[in-house]
Design a binder for this molecule. Structure first.
Ligand SMILES: C[S@@+](CC[C@H](N)C(=O)[O-])C[C@H]1O[C@@H](n2cnc3c(N)ncnc32)[C@H](O)[C@@H]1O
Length: 311
């Protein structure tokens, strides 16, 4: 009895050990200078300042994505300070707020940088607008628009530097690409959500594609058609971006292991449309019976035969 009392006095209990580990982990997860008020408002921290276990995953995901976006912002910042970023399908704007807090806040007095959140749910737009005011983040605004409406809206500048779309639903990623092309965005950072449109078209136009084509096996089981539709959508998006002069990197957004949709597409404008990408895009559409979708995956007029293209 005496022995065990001595042991508990000199060695940490399980509870103490867990508490110590969780405190050091929390320190690691909360970065220097980061607004605790913001993290509480996003429900990442509880009111008494502890990490909310349910939201911790979201924070890790956004930090992970931040690692990819920060170098792009640094690259732009070397050239000018009035960087503009549009986040489509912003939801509660975790990404926009964390980007602003970690990257722009420190220099906000001198900075003309601006983050726009585009979101169709009015209550989320109102909430984010109020939160930005409360946190004194003047370089953030939120617009209750669809991505397609944002492309035509006069509330946004003519040119935008970075376009992000993080799990923007269904075809909102395609609309975000169209927006970014119109706004001559230097970078796009896209984590597509499930895209149902192509799978539906694949099913409808099955007959056009399956003749003499062993790939017709893709149509045998609906789950394969759906997943194939999702994959081929991202293939078409990448070809479309290359055809418009973007260099494309596709990677897995590791750390998103709980999410089914963890493909990350990063595109940087290099100025030279790639003719071969435009040709391949047309061939893929034809082979899969989707040639009528050339409006969705449009390329610039004449990409296939212009002088100003890379072969
Ligand atoms: C799955 S949530 C992702 C939210 C946020 N990007 C994130 O990762 O936490 C998708 C959001 O996109 C919004 N949304 C869907 N379609 C949209 C569209 N066409 N234009 C603008 N917002 C859209 C939805 O209302 C929803 O808030």
């Amino acid at each position: 009895m005496k022995k065990s009392a001595k042991k508990s006095a000199t060695q940490p209990t399980q509870v103490q050990a867990t508490a110590a580990a969780s405190t050091s982990q929390e320190k690691h997860e909360i970065r220097p200078g980061q607004s605790l008020e913001l993290l509480k408002e996003l429900h990442i921290l509880t009111r008494d300042g502890k990490l909310n276990q349910d939201s911790r995953r979201k924070l890790k995901q956004v930090y992970h994505l931040y690692q990819f976006i920060e170098p792009l912002l640094q690259q732009l910042q070397e050239e000018r300070s009035d960087i503009s970023l549009v986040d489509h399908g912003a939801g509660k704007s975790y990404l926009g707020f964390i980007l602003y807090d970690l990257f722009f806040k420190a220099g906000q007095a001198q900075s003309k940088a601006h983050i726009y959140g585009i979101e169709t749910r009015d209550e989320l737009v109102k909430r984010s607008t109020e939160l930005a005011q409360r946190l004194d983040f003047p370089g953030m605004s939120f617009l209750n628009l669809s991505v397609a409406e944002a492309t035509r809206s006069t509330q946004l500048p003519e040119q935008i530097d970075i376009v992000t779309a993080l799990h923007a639903c269904d075809t909102a990623t395609d609309d975000a690409i169209e927006f970014a092309l119109k706004k001559k965005a230097r970078f796009m950072v896209l984590v597509p959500c499930c895209q149902a449109e192509v799978a539906a078209e694949l099913r409808k136009h099955k007959g056009d594609a399956v003749r003499n084509n062993p790939l017709s096996e893709m149509w045998r089981h609906p789950i394969h058609t759906r997943e194939f539709g999702s994959q081929i959508t991202n293939v078409l998006r990448c070809l479309q971006l290359e055809a418009h002069g973007y260099q494309v990197r596709v990677t897995e957004l590791v750390g998103w292991e709980h999410s089914m949709k963890n493909e990350l597409i990063i595109a940087e404008y290099k100025g030279k449309p790639v003719r071969r990408a435009a040709e391949r895009l047309a061939e893929v559409l034809k082979t899969t019976g989707l040639d009528h979708m050339n409006r969705r995956f449009f390329v610039a007029d004449g990409t296939a035969n212009s002088e100003n293209v890379t072969a």
